[in-house]
Design a protein around this ligand. Sequence first.
Ligand code: ADP
Length: 166
Amino acid sequence: MKTAIYPGTFDPITRGHLDIVKRAAQLFDRVIVAVSTNPQKDPLFSLEERKRLVEQTVQELPNVEVDVFYELLVSYAQRKKADVIIRGLRAVSDFEYEFQMALVNRKLAPDLVTVYLMPGEKYTYLNSTIVKEVARLGGQVDCFLPPPVVELLKQKLKSFGKGTDS
Ligand code: ADP
């Protein structure tokens, strides 16, 4: 029984994240999508909203669970008895940071293996920040985001007086 944790800010979850979750769900018995608090990133969505959007997005994947975590990732992974950390690798630009993080995590927890998965090509340019920016400026984001996310993002931007259809 292999458990994998897919950690991230998910502010909000995109179709690129979902692509990685689906690949991980085929490889491992149990996948936990773990939403991090990450105050440094000053997220647009609250932790509860991010968790709920991930839950709505992965609800049809039976071996995928959603959780939030507040502590060091390796401590969380050990607490959950996970074998693997999943991260997505889009482009060379991701590599340096991910390489550093994987090596630090390996030093802290030698038994925990970090596995990198590449999304389908059509998602390699996608990140949450650019999608929020497109939406804020009135562009269509349906092709980048799972449906429940599109709705809440529209509402959120409207409540800030920056509706996507204005
Ligand atoms: P973090 O703040 O931990 O980087 P993110 O939510 O931005 O959290 O990303 C979580 C993980 O998902 C990271 O490994 C990131 O590289 C990966 N990821 C983000 N967007 C995509 C995408 N479009 N395709 C594949 N992986 C992605």
